[in-house]
Design a protein around this ligand. Structure first.
Ligand code: THU
Length: 136
């Protein structure tokens, strides 16, 4: 289980990743950082497109960064949304994709520019996921 120090470090990585966001349409930067079961960290930012529906969220970007390098299990997630004061949680599509590679008890934290931070778990973000064990 990730320690408080690890979660703080992960959140700092997510905040750094948000700086790379390509968000000329929404002006809403998002950064996500995933801790792998081997201790490595992968991060991602949102990448928008003028065909709005093709936008890639930061969370899915981070998942793909890790999977493309052979990672299969992420044990913690942090999300930073510096353009909102309050925390903003991952969208439904990202919750589904994250759940493919994250145990349900994995800690998830998210926060904006203010001091409030939400600390939850993958399972709490995607309850009643009857298909969770289908592929494993
Ligand atoms: N966004 C994310 O990157 N992650 C989320 O979970 C919510 C939304 C991005 C998509 C879009 O570029 C911007 O935030 C505004 O919706």
């Amino acid at each position: 289980m990730a320690s408080k120090e690890q979660m703080d470090a992960l959140f700092a990585e997510a905040r750094k990743a948000a700086n790379f966001a390509y968000a000329p349409y929404s002006h809403f930067r998002v950064g996500a950082a995933l801790l792998c079961d081997d201790g490595t960290v992968f991060s991602g930012c949102n990448v928008e497109n003028r065909s709005y529906g093709l936008t890639i969220c930061a969370e899915r970007n981070a998942v793909l960064q890790g999977v493309a390098r052979g990672k299969r299990t992420f044990i913690a997630l942090a999300i930073s949304t510096p353009d909102s004061k309050d925390p903003v949680g991952p969208c439904g599509a990202c919750r589904q994709v994250l759940s493919e590679f994250m145990p349900l008890d994995s800690p998830v934290c998210f926060g904006g520019s203010g001091s409030q931070q939400v600390n939850t778990t993958m399972g709490e973000l995607l309850p009643y996921d009857s298909l969770h064990d289908l592929g494993t």
